[in-house]
Design a protein around this ligand. Structure first.
Ligand SMILES: [Zn+2]
Length: 267
């Protein structure tokens, strides 16, 4: 029997899906992926465009590319618990990657597909972050430091994703950043400065900062990317990320300096 490349790839995919404790939900994943591949081939969609006599398919295209990474903490007590949550249809939550305490990384969804991790969200003028981002969940209950092994694995993963999809440095954000008032992850323990130093998101140095007289802190938050509709919520999200030791929702002189620096980086 002649084995074609397609049959061989299908066989390898099936074998990969059949391994491990998630073989049953992996089969469901495969079924869903197959349904989407059928959808991709189904053109023209009935009644999708008026005044269109026939489909004239271009030959120049590729898959859409994710352009943001949203980082979360799981608020659960183990990776095992998170994997179970993300493989039950009733929960309707998922992420592309889960990074466990000892540094193990689980890839749960093809990067090109849309996971359910961001929810109602906004960063700058971008809404529906689920449609343009990859979600990374860090196994952490929200009240403890992240482990060194975990951060090392995360930085390694971020490097791969940044290179693969050419993601801008400013587009590595936290769930709290894109959903002020609704989300507080990753927590104040998350090492954003370490990540910024490695090229994922930005940090600041305020040693020589002079804040302009007409400086408007709320507008600065908006320029950085925050949704300032609820100003206290926006301030809280900013503090969690950029001034984690401060649990107030007050913009002080130190914050004005930080924001003056961040505006330069994020605008
Ligand atoms: Zn989250």
């Amino acid at each position: 029997m002649r084995i074609t490349a397609t049959v061989l790839m299908g066989l390898l995919f099936f074998m990969a899906c059949s391994k491990g404790p998630y073989s049953s939900t992996n089969r469901d994943y495969k079924k869903q992926a197959k349904a989407y591949s059928k959808l991709l081939r189904m053109y023209p969609l009935e009644d999708s465009v008026s005044n269109a006599p026939y489909f004239a398919g271009t030959v120049n295209f590729s898959m859409r590319r994710p352009n943001f990474v949203v980082i979360h903490h799981t608020a659960q007590n183990s990776c095992d618990q998170t994997l179970k949550t993300f493989t039950k249809t009733a929960t309707q939550v998922s992420a592309h990657y889960v990074v466990c305490r000892e540094g193990t990384v689980f890839h749960m969804l093809n990067d090109q597909l849309r996971a359910f991790h961001a929810g109602v969200s906004r960063w700058g003028n971008t809404t529906d972050l689920n449609s343009c981002s990859m979600g990374i969940e860090i196994d952490n209950n929200g009240f403890e430091p992240f482990t060194e092994a975990q951060i090392n694995s995360l930085v390694d993963l971020l490097g791969r994703l940044k290179r693969a999809y050419n993601i801008p440095q400013a587009n590595f954000v936290g769930h709290a950043d894109i959903a002020p008032g609704r989300k507080v992850d990753p927590s104040r323990f998350f090492p954003w400065k370490q990540l910024a130093d490695a090229g994922y998101g930005y940090w600041y140095d305020t040693t020589t900062t002079v804040v302009p007289d007409n400086f408007n802190a709320m507008q600065a938050l908006r320029i950085v990317g925050y949704n300032i509709k609820d100003s206290l919520a926006a301030i809280q999200s900013y503090k969690i990320h950029f001034s984690p030791a401060d649990t107030t929702k007050v913009i002080g002189d130190g914050d004005r300096k930080i924001l003056a620096e961040l505006v330069r980086k994020y605008q």
